[in-house]
Every structure is written in structure tokens, then in C-alpha cells.
Ligand binder design. Sequence first.
Ligand SMILES: *Cc1c(COP(=O)(O)O)cnc(C)c1O
Length: 374
Amino acid sequence: MQFIDLKAQYARIETEVKARMEAVLSHGQFIMGPEVGELEERLATFVGVRHCVGVSSGTDALLAAIMALEIGRGDEVITTPFTFIATGEMIALLGARPVFVDIDPVTYNIDPAKLEDAITGRTRAIMPVSLYGQCADMDAIDAVARRHHLPVIEDAAQSFGASYRGRRSCGLSRIGCSSFFPAKPLGAYGDAGACFTDDDDLAKALREIRNHGQDRRYHHPRLGLNGRLDTIQAAVLLAKLDIFPGEVEARSRLGARYTQLLNARGAVSTNGGDAPVLTPFVHPDNLSVFAQYTIQVADRDAVALKLSELGVPSAVHYPIPLNDQPVFHVGLPGMETPVSKRIADRVISLPMHPYLTEEMQLQVVDAVAEATSL
Ligand SMILES: *Cc1c(COP(=O)(O)O)cnc(C)c1O
């Protein structure tokens, strides 16, 4: 069994992918070829915003977004510690200080009720992460942000395709940033990402930043990056976008089926109390794309070993909260994040992709039951 099966998807779209890639090989515009603009238009429409700016990775999407908001040295950006390193890393790389606010134990996303206490005169933005494919509580976050005149950047690297109160992830804040890393819900065949915004000025800034700060050829009003989306990756994504809505539906359905099967064995969802296995709770406001299907168990490393012996691959997202990472060594009193700390010791992600069969899911659930005291 595979943790993420990209081959099953390729078998379905091989003809379209090859045709799209061959078109690029024939026209030869490998940098900013016509597929990039075509993809940006389709992605903007899909999300429901005015602008999509394709970039070279999810990490560069975050970097470009923070740069476009002119955040840097001496500034603070509030974010979650329970995320992939890139979220805090790009804030710090630009000289700003990531301020880590603890998560909600039910959804694993930043707790909006704890935001206000973390805001200071130096705060320049709030950067929630829509973890595991479920959007953060963006309206609650936005309400706090608006009171303090702060922009919100959604790190939507894991939630492309998800929705929140009927609106799509990436279109829920000033800037939405996503990743098309191959293993993400919408994945290229290499690195790729995008920024989304309704703000014309920010879109212009983002377009300049991804291309060395250039507004016209060899004229540079600002600093930027070599952060463009490769034409060949745009071609792959265009082929994959045709089947993506169906895959989103499958992900949501398969995630729900995992929960149903596990809860039938005695697991309980994170909103429902204690049990040897806790399953993810998707808030009724949300449709999750289950970038990861992640459960909590008591003896995580032993469970991972047992699952592996039973032929079920697993992974840990993420074992160390960012504020405990050596690179940040924040550890300031008053900035402890006990919920993140506890959950980072307990989470384990199970195989998840849109081509999981019911048989595979039953095998995983049997293995989880055997590896835990369910
Ligand atoms: C994957 C990921 C990123 C980085 O995306 P890349 O395309 O790998 O650079 C950023 N934030 C989160 C939450 C992620 O999961």
C-alpha cells in the first residue's frame, strides 16, 4: 500500500498530461509560457478571486506574500506553531519575528480566541494555516484582524480545493498562498505554488516580486525573487485541474469514511471526548480535502512501527511545534503552546489519496485497531 498513490492518478490522466507537456516542448516557452496565464485564469475562477499569481513553490508563495505586504525587520507576524517549517521560516527569513499562538485542539488550526493577546504595536499580519486540508476559522480570525487593521495571509498549502462557509480556501483573506508540491491535494510533477488575491495592487506587486521585482524588462522598482511557476508545471496542473473537482469530492468522502469506520470500532472524534484513537473532526462550516488523514494515539512511535509491520505506511505531521525547533528557540515565558506540544506527540497520518478503495481503508482500519487498544 502507498501513503499517497500518484501512479493511480497518472494512469487516469496520462494522455492529457502527455499532450499538455508535448505542447510545451513544441512551443519552447519554458519560462512564462502561455500555459502559466491559462492556469492562473482557471485557478482564479476556481477559487473565486480576481487574481492568481503562479510561483515556483508554496514556500515562495508565502515569501512573496510577506514581501508584497512590505513586512520585514522589526515586524511581528502571528502564526501557528503546529505547521510545516515553511510558514514560520519565511517570516523569519525576511527578518520579521514569528509569534506563535496555540491551536484549537479540535481542528488543530490557530485558536482565534488567543489572537488578541498576541497582538502588539509591531504586529503586521496574521498568518493562519489551514492544516490537513481544513480551513482555519477565517471569519473569526478576520474579525480580530479587522479590529486591528491587520492583513491576513492564509497558508493554504494543504487546503487547495477546500471550502469554508461555501467559499473556497485561498479566497478567504487578503492573500491566500497554496502549494502544488506533488503530494498536495492539487500536485504538479515538481515544485509549484500560487498566490491569490482580490487586491489589484497586491497582485501587481506579487507579479513583480516573482520575477526579480521587474515591472518591465530590466527595470526593477523593488527587490524580488526568481520565483516563477515553470510552464511545464502549469501544463501538468492544467491536465490535473480537469479531474480535480471529482478528486476533492472523493477526498472528502474517503476522509468521512475513515472516520465512520474508526468510530464504529470505538474511536471518537476530537470534539467528542477521550478514546485510545481520536479521529479528525470536520467543522460543519468546512469541506476538508484531507491533505492528510491524521489521528491521535497515545504511543505514537509504537503504533507507527506496528502499522509498518502490518504493511500500512504512515507519517507524522508534525513531530515538533515550530517554537520548539532549534532554529527558532523562542521559548519565551508567556509564549508556551501546550496544546500544540501535546498533539505533536500524538498525531499520526494514515494513507490518503483519492484512489483509496474501501478494501484498502478496511485494511488500514484493521491495522490501526490492532496497533492500538481499540
Ligand atoms: C507544503 C507546505 C508548505 C510549503 O510548500 P512547498 O511547495 O513545499 O514549498 C508551506 N506550508 C504548509 C502548511 C505546507 O504543508
